[in-house]
Design a protein around this ligand. Structure first.
Ligand code: DGY
Length: 321
C-alpha cells in the first residue's frame, strides 16, 4: 500500500500529479477548510499532510497522528502549527521560504502605490459614472518618491521590499529584533532604527514580521499614535501583529492617512468597521498569489514530502523545529 498524503485545500494540479506518482493522494479541493474532526482523522491516517494557514494544527490534532512523518505547510508563515508538539512526536514541519518573497514584495509595492494614489476608490468612482471631467482636487494622493519607507521586519520579504525603494529615491528605515550585518544595510541603503523612530518618521510603514508571542499586537493604539497623520500602514504579514480595532479607530478619525490590509486578526472575518472606511484597502490575503509563485511553492511542498517519506531531512524545515 502506498503512503497516504492528505492535501487539506486547493493545490496546483501539477503538484498533485507529482505526489500521485508515488503516493496515494486524498485531495480536499472544494475551497472549504476541513472541520476539526476531519483534520484529526486525516492526521491519524496520513503519512504526509499538505496544510494551510487556515488549518489549526494544534496539540490535540497532532496527538492523533499515528504514522505521520511530515506536515508541509503551503506558505511561509507557520503560526497555525504547534511546532513543538510535532517535533516531540518526530513529525517534520516545513514551510515555503525563499520562493515567495519577491512576489510578496511586488504586491507590497502595489499596495504602497495604490493607497498613496487612491487607485481603488478612484476606480470605483469612475465605474459608478461619477467622472464628469478633470478636477484639480480629484483624488489627491501623496507622493511616494523621495519619501521615507519604514520596514518592520527585514527578513526575506522585508529586504525585497526595501531593495525596491531605490528606484523611488526613498530614505529607508528598518526595525527588527536584531540588526542586519553592515554590508546588508549598505546593500539595501537602509538605516536601523528603534520602533518609536520608525513609527514617527515613516511615510509608508510596511510590516513583515511573523506572528509570534513577541510580535502579537506589536502595532497597537500607542504605536499608531506615534505615526504621522500623513502616513500609511501597509500590512501583508499576519493578522494580530496589528491591533485591528485600534487601527479602525485611527482610520475613522483620520489620525493616519490610510492603510492597506491583506491580513486580518480573525480572518476570514473582518474586524468591525473596516468595510465602511474609505481610507483603507482590504484584500483577501493574496500577497504571494501569482501563478508562478504558487506553483513554485507547491513544488517545494512536494520536494519536502518526498524527502521526508524517503527518509531524508526535508530541505525547508521551519525555524525552531
Ligand atoms: C504565507 O506564505 O505565509 C502566506 O501568508 C500564506 O500562508
Amino acid at each position: 500500500m502506498k503512503p497516504l498524503i492528505t492535501i487539506t485545500q486547493v493545490f496546483p494540479e501539477k503538484a498533485i500529479e507529482r505526489l500521485g506518482q508515488q503516493f496515494e493522494v486524498r485531495y480536499h479541493g472544494s475551497g472549504q477548510s476541513l472541520s476539526l474532526e476531519a483534520l484529526g482523522q486525516a492526521t491519524a491516517e496520513s503519512a504526509g499532510m499538505v496544510t494551510y494557514l487556515s488549518d489549526k494544527i494544534d496539540q490535540s490534532i497532532i496527538a492523533q497522528a499515528q504514522s505521520l512523518k511530515i506536515i508541509a505547510n503551503y506558505g511561509a508563515g507557520f503560526n497555525n502549527i504547534d511546532v513543538a508538539s510535532a517535533r516531540a512526536k518526530g513529525i517534520f514541519v516545513t514551510n515555503t521560504p525563499g520562493v515567495l518573497h519577491e512576489t510578496t514584495a511586488d504586491f507590497t509595492w502595489a499596495l504602497i502605490l495604490g493607497t498613496a494614489r487612491c487607485i481603488i476608490p478612484a476606480d470605483r468612482f469612475t465605474r459608478e459614472g461619477k467622472f464628469h471631467g478633470w478636477g484639480a482636487k480629484l483624488f489627491l494622493g501623496h507622493d511616494v518618491y523621495g519619501k521615507t519607507l519604514g520596514v518592520i521586519g527585514c527578513g526575506e520579504i522585508g529586504r525585497a521590499v526595501a531593495r525596491r525603494a531605490t528606484g523611488f529615491n526613498m530614505r529607508v528605515l528598518y526595525h527588527q529584533r536584531n540588526r542586519l550585518p553592515e554590508s546588508e544595510e549598505q546593500l539595501l541603503g537602509a538605516e536601523f532604527v528603534s520602533l518609536e523612530q520608525i513609527l514617527s518618521e515613516s511615510d509608508y510603514l510596511t510590516v513583515h514580521v511573523p506572528l509570534t508571542d513577541e510580535t502579537k499586537y506589536m502595532i497597537g493604539e500607542k504605536e499608531i499614535a506615534l505615526m504621522k497623520p500623513t502616513a500609511y500602514l501597509i500590512h501583508t504579514a499576519r493578522g494580530k501583529v496589528v491591533d485591528d480595532k485600534a487601527l479602525v479607530s485611527a482610520l475613522k478619525e483620520n489620525r493616519i492617512a490610510g492603510a492597506a490590509l491583506d491580513v486580518f486578526e480573525d480572518e476570514p472575518a473582518l474586524t468591525e468597521g473596516l468595510t465602511e472606511l474609505d481610507n483603507c484597502v482590504i484584500l483577501p490575503h493574496i500577497g504571494s498569489a501569482s501563478f508562478d509563485t504558487r506553483n513554485t511553492m507547491a513544488e517545494l511542498v512536494v520536494d519536502n514530502i518526498i524527502d521526508a517519506l524517503e527518509g531524508r531531512t526535508p530541505r525547508t524545515l521551519v525555524p525552531g523545529w
